[in-house]
Design a protein around this ligand. Structure first.
Ligand SMILES: Cc1ncc(COP(=O)(O)O)c(C=O)c1O
Length: 421
């Protein structure tokens, strides 16, 4: 039971059939990336450029998931009752090793929301009147949780706007100034990859600014792990939440909570939970009965992710992003919200058609791209400067798919009045 990687021929043979990851020019090696694409079964009518909601599982990972669904149902509690503690320990160790932290600093959750809410709700170092800071680009449910700290702890929520167009320096200056203007800030919510525009935040530097100002940082890394190549040490923050069902390619229902070993005391046990001792991270979130089969598939999803290579995957996603952002920047009337600075963007980016910044207008753009041009994107609200259309390629995306998007953008730019309503 200790080895979670049971031999399932569809999984192991598919991985063996993948050519070795090239060590040079990996982002440009179309024959390698078409071999990767063949591991997935995705519909391309319309082409999916909305891979940010969750990640499509590769067929071999799906085979492992089916294997575990069969076992969980066939053996029922005979599998889980005696073996779950050991199995869960193995899963937590696997996830911790992949993130570069201790197994005692990780607990699995069903989504990043569950992990983030446990962290924000459980943070116990706030006095009435202390300020808690978040930004316009943070995920709506997390902004709500930060606002709710007024009710929960008597804290004063402070919302800041991230400058547009964003540069690394402008973002750092914004946080430095906001922390100066709000010296009672004790907690900062920070997205690693902003959900709407794809902007990557300089987490380590903002974390240092916050620490110097006497504030802790909770990082919403729902979108970054697997899209970017990094480890916990690179972030250097006490609290974070990660998804495995977005960019790692695990089944839906797989995520985790990270609490640095020395920072556990500032998070309360979840609703008084006594299932685990107070010095055990598992007391900080109570997930009840999880989808065992989904969680047991995590090692296989990570194995494929690592076989392709975290760095190579990040480079490929960036190349796919650049393949549309480069030409789109040259189109009059189209604004891109992320800079090309490699530290400030990964695979996701967004655009606005000038004069069409309302939520309704962005929905119309999405509908036109889908119905007229066969490309699926999504509108996202929240940015202070207006709604955006988010474009999210995946390793399943081809350069022909990107070309289809560009055809749609050129048509929109030429005749915005033709937008579907
Ligand atoms: C930045 C961010 N935070 C949190 C979430 C919520 O993640 P989940 O749906 O896995 O709970 C998302 C989902 O898209 C997100 O983009």
């Amino acid at each position: 039971m200790d080895d979670l990687r049971f031999r399932v021929p569809q999984f192991h043979e598919a991985l063996a059939s993948l050519p070795p990851t090239p060590t040079t020019f990996t982002a440009d090696d179309e024959s390698y990336w078409s071999a990767v694409r063949r591991l997935y079964a995705v519909s391309n009518q319309p082409v999916n450029l909305e891979n940010g909601f969750w990640g499509t599982m590769a067929e071999p990972v799906k085979a492992m998931f089916h294997h575990w669904i069969d076992r969980v149902n066939h053996e029922n509690t005979l599998l889980i009752r005696p073996h779950w503690p050991q199995l869960l320990q193995g899963l937590r160790r696997t996830v911790a090793d992949a993130l570069g932290c201790g197994e005692d600093e990780i607990e699995l959750t069903r989504g990043a929301s569950e992990a983030m809410q446990a962290l924000i709700g459980g943070y116990n170092r706030l006095q009435p009147g202390d300020e808690v800071m978040y930004a316009d680009l943070d995920y709506p449910a997390m902004r709500d949780a930060m606002q709710w700290l007024r009710v929960r702890r008597g804290a004063v929520p402070v919302e800041i706007s991230i400058p547009e167009p964003a540069t690394r320096q402008a973002v750092l200056d914004t946080y430095a100034q906001a922390l100066r203007q709000h010296p009672r800030t004790r907690l900062v919510l920070l997205s690693h990859v902003c959900f709407g525009t794809g902007l990557v935040m300089p987490v380590r530097e903002i974390g240092a600014l916050a620490k110097a100002a006497g504030a802790d940082v909770i990082v919403d890394a729902a979108h970054s792990w697997g899209q970017m190549d990094f480890s916990i040490a690179d972030l250097d923050v006490p609290y974070a939440a990660f998804n495995l069902h977005k960019w790692i390619g695990a089944p839906l229902g797989c995520a985790c909570l990270y609490v640095r070993r020395d920072a556990l005391g500032a998070i309360d046990p979840f609703m008084g939970d006594q299932t685990y001792p107070a010095d055990d991270i598992r007391s900080r979130v109570h997930v009840g009965t999880p989808n065992f089969a989904a969680w047991l598939t995590i090692p296989s999803a990570l194995e494929l992710h690592q076989r392709i290579g975290a760095r190579q995957k990040a480079l490929r996603l960036r190349k796919l992003r650049d393949a549309w952002v480069g030409p789109a920047r040259e189109m009059a009337g189209i604004d891109i919200q992320t800079p090309d600075d490699p530290t400030m963007v990964a695979g996701i980016s967004s655009f606005r058609l000038r004069g069409h910044e309302s939520s309704q207008a962005c929905k119309a753009i999405v509908a036109t791209l889908r119905d007229v041009h066969g490309v699926h994107t999504v509108h996202r609200d929240g940015a202070a400067k207006g709604s955006v259309v988010r474009v999210t390629p995946a390793v399943t995306t081809s350069l022909e798919d990107i070309e289809r998007l560009l055809t749609g953008l050129r048509a929109l730019q030429g005749a915005p009045a033709a937008l579907a309503t």
